[in-house]
Design a protein around this ligand. Sequence first.
Ligand code: HEM
Length: 176
Amino acid sequence: MSIAKLVIYAVAFIAPPIVLFALLRRRAASVVSDIPPAPQLQPSEKPKSIMQAENTNLAPPKDDPFTLEELKAFDGSDPSKPIYLSIKGTVFDVSAKRDVYGPGRSYGIFAGKDPSKGLGMSSLKPENAVPEYEDLNEGDRKVLDDWHGFFTKRYNIVGRVVDHPTHLKQGNAPSL
Ligand code: HEM
């Protein structure tokens, strides 16, 4: 084979894959460099939560007595009344979040009730939106206590449930 033929073969068969490979590499590199780098948080900065921030302007907690029956009137169905919900017998005013706790809204199932069992179980089923939490396992009790802490930092406490079934069974133990 002459040198000239060899050069022609080389250009015809070897050069195209090399050029293609080089082009693909450049494209891949530019796609990768298009991805913005993850934001660098300063150690003092906490990542933003989708949950609402803590309320630093809470009123002193009230100790007004509520029966579970009385609590039902505050389920959001009467727009002129506040919305209350109780966790482990502590009654919170969640009216500021009518868009979340109002009738038919994401967590409307909890309004006017003590849904401690469902909160502990992470269940939104109506049958679990009940006050009895004594049968929850340790993990679910921790979840429930965390919710109690979450609400305590965000909503005014307006009273306590005086006929909480779990507390009655336990000889009227305080809610927390
Ligand atoms: C796929 C499942 C779920 C998703 C995507 C979800 C999403 C969210 C989001 C985005 C918020 C913030 C809402 C806001 O502040 O406006 C929120 C708050 C909340 N979620 Fe969920 N959630 C889920 C399941 C549950 C379950 C199973 C429970 C309890 C049984 C629950 C209870 C709550 C409560 C109590 C709040 C607090 C609302 C407040 O700020 O007062 N969520 N959830």
